[in-house]
Design a protein around this ligand. Structure first.
Ligand SMILES: C[S@@+](CC[C@H](N)C(=O)[O-])C[C@H]1O[C@@H](n2cnc3c(N)ncnc32)[C@H](O)[C@@H]1O
Length: 274
């Protein structure tokens, strides 16, 4: 069964501002997989559950046409507003009913989104719309994000862990470690013989501390707490921020920290004849 979240207007705009853009190096891995198994055909890519389009735009230079699809009008509104690539368009539709002809798509991606879909129905749709030798890429990241700053990284990660532990009780079972299990199960049960499973691929980037806090606040677990008990949600976030600043011995939330995020992904290629 599909799970619907991320649909409020405020959530959609905080999403665009703070959410991690899928890293270019992961996009390169997807494109290399596609090139290896599909040759140079790059006509149409479909990014399902595209949200505000952060990952969709990264596909644009590599395909003649890219279509981002999502079930949330609020997310799509942000995507359209910030889209500058002429070969990208967006469609509002469920992941389980994709408006594409049989065998018409070279690449289907779902970035941080597959776990919310009705998995069997989505995979059936993917199989229907992919061309022979077309590829599927589903990727996500786990919430065990690590921060480094000077010699206080251990303390920072202890505080971050507390933040994540508080939010875990509001977390859907498809997130956190449950998400990696789901992706691995999908890999194991995938009927396509050519496939790849990467359980742990760390990506680091330098970001202001405010970005880390904003990103955690954009997680569905924080949004659920905010909905249930706004005062408590704000108290927790302010407390964690203050403790991180104090451990770093700085006062500005714009101080740069290194944030390392662990991605995991499944790549699969539809056989040329089934
Ligand atoms: C966590 S966001 C990821 C957005 C974007 N792909 C990214 O990498 O930031 C998940 C997105 O999946 C969409 N979504 C959830 N269930 C869906 C479904 N059944 N069909 C289509 N989109 C769905 C949500 O509206 C949301 O925009």
């Amino acid at each position: 069964m599909a799970v619907r979240l991320f649909e409020g207007k405020e959530h959609a705009s905080s999403y665009l501002k703070y959410r991690l853009t899928p890293p270019e190096e992961l996009i390169s891995k997807i494109l290399t997989f596609l090139k290896t198994h599909n040759g140079s055909l790059r006509e149409l890519a479909v990014d399902v559950g595209c949200g505000s389009g952060q990952g969709t735009v990264l596909l644009a230079p590599h395909f003649t046409q890219v279509v981002g699809t999502d079930i949330s009008p609020a997310q799509l509104e942000q995507a359209v507003k910030h889209n500058s690539a002429p070969n990208i368009s967006y469609r509002e539709c469920p992941a389980e009913e994709l408006p594409f002809e049989n065998g018409s798509v070279d690449l289907v991606t779902a970035m941080s989104a597959y776990h919310w879909f009705d998995h069997p129905r989505f995979l059936q749709e993917v199989d229907r719309i992919l061309k022979p030798k077309g590829c599927l890429a589903i990727l996500n990241y786990s919430l065990d994000i690590e921060l480094s700053y000077g010699d206080c990284s251990k303390e920072l990660n202890h505080i971050c862990k507390e933040f994540h532990d508080i939010l875990r009780s509001h977390q859907h079972s498809y997130l956190g470690s449950g998400s990696r299990v789901l992706y691995e199960q999908t890999y194991n049960s995938m009927q396509y013989p050519v496939k790849e499973w990467e359980p742990s691929y760390w990506v680091s980037q330098l970001v202001p501390l405010s970005r880390y806090i904003g990103m955690v606040e954009s997680f569905s677990s924080y949004q659920l707490l905010l909905e249930k008990d706004p005062e408590e949600a704000r108290r927790v976030s302010t407390d964690i921020t203050q403790r991180l600043l104090s451990a770093m011995k700085v006062t500005s939330i714009e101080t740069q920290v290194t944030m390392a995020v662990r991605y995991f992904y499944v790549l699969a290629c539809k056989p040329s004849a089934q």
